[in-house]
Design a protein around this ligand. Structure first.
Ligand SMILES: *[C@@H]1O[C@H](CO)[C@@H](O)[C@H](O)[C@H]1NC(C)=O
Ligand SMILES: *[C@@H]1O[C@H](CO)[C@@H](O)[C@H](O)[C@H]1NC(C)=O
Ligand SMILES: *[C@@H]1O[C@H](CO)[C@@H](O)[C@H](O)[C@H]1NC(C)=O
Ligand SMILES: *[C@@H]1O[C@H](CO)[C@@H](O)[C@H](O)[C@H]1NC(C)=O
Length: 288
């Protein structure tokens, strides 16, 4: 792109994002007044997962592309996105995230559009492989709740089971039906611990404010879309598999809007108190 077309592109994108925010406010309000989707009908009929029937789960095979995001990997493992994780269009990602997880159409446009810009690709015409999303400090960033830092393992599709177990083990909530629940406080606590440990163990550690918010957005997905339910998250985070019978816990007709999502994100992020966590001793340097 020439300098001038880059400027024009930036202006157009600013207008697009402003439009997305206005649209988001409108559907946030509509969500308040319109009836919720019935249990069992959150995933739209004729889409994979309707009534909790997810297409067959097959873990990634040699040569398949996967990334740092469990929710996207799970979609590929069920064949909702191409099973090889390659040649995905940004539009396809938008539509499929929406029907699988019931994120609002605004979020489902904003995030793939952000990803396309980050990769210098066209939202409308280009495709990507899942691993391309792991561009360090693009979307992928340090102090993950499920991966060791890129400096320790550049292959960000590798699940670090001890982190996931510690996360699930920290759940302090209980649902009315007795299920264990992760709470916003739990996510703040474990995120703070992870950040302190990553800073101590990884000489290349970086985490900008933007990526802190992004990390807390991941946590908020666990709390909202997955309702914090440990039993479901065990399958999603350790196997990247959607449990049979599962559907998004968001039943609002326009899905989880950015406005509503941000409430949870801010609660998690502002609840993080890094100084409450002891700095691990430096002889643990190598075994992140
Ligand atoms: C995208 O383009 C910008 C500016 O031309 C460049 O700095 C950046 O490295 C590029 N990113 C990728 C992922 O190619
Ligand atoms: C959030 O997701 C990104 C992309 O999958 C990942 O790199 C990052 O480490 C995650 N953050 C946390 C706090 O888990
Ligand atoms: C990354 O890790 C996955 C899962 O262990 C493996 O299947 C894949 O081959 C690895 N990719 C690379 C490029 O090493
Ligand atoms: C809400 O969250 C998104 C990312 O999910 C962010 O880009 C946006 O600036 C936030 N604010 C509002 C008002 O939606």
């Amino acid at each position: 792109m020439s300098f001038v077309s880059r400027i024009l592109f930036k202006i157009a994108n600013a207008f697009l994002n402003a439009g997305i925010f206005v649209w988001d406010i409108i559907i946030t309000l509509l969500n308040l007044v319109l009836p919720k989707r019935a249990v069992g009908h959150v995933t739209p009929e004729s889409h994979p997962g309707y009534h909790g029937y997810w297409p067959e789960y097959k873990p990634a095979q040699e040569g398949d592309s996967r990334c740092s995001c469990p929710a996207l990997n799970a979609m590929a493992n069920h064949g909702i996105l191409p099973r090889n994780g390659r040649g995905i269009t940004f539009k396809e990602m938008n539509a499929k995230i929406r029907t699988t997880y019931n994120f609002a159409p605004t979020f489902c446009l904003f995030v793939p559009n952000f990803a396309a810009n980050m990769l210098n690709k066209s939202y409308r015409t280009d495709t990507f492989d899942l691993e391309e999303l792991d561009l360090h400090n693009g979307i992928e960033h340090d102090a993950s709740l499920t991966r060791v830092d890129t400096a320790a393992n550049p292959n960000q599709s590798v699940i670090h089971a001890p982190f996931v177990e510690e996360l699930l083990g920290s759940a302090s909530g209980k649902a009315a039906d007795g299920h264990q629940l992760l709470t916003s406080k739990d996510l703040s606590r474990i995120s703070g611990k992870r950040r302190v440990e990553a800073r101590a163990n990884n000489p290349d550690y970086t985490l900008s404010l933007f990526h802190k918010m992004f990390g807390s957005s991941n946590s908020s997905t666990l709390l909202t879309i997955f309702g914090g339910r440990v039993e479901d998250l065990r399958s999603v985070l350790l196997e990247e598999r959607l449990p049979s019978g599962w559907e998004s816990r968001i039943r609002q007709p326009y899905g989880l809007t950015m406005c509503n999502f941000n409430k949870t994100v801010l609660a998690v992020e502002f609840g993080i108190k890094e100084k409450d966590h002891p700095v691990p001793d430096s002889n643990k340097q190598d075994n992140v």
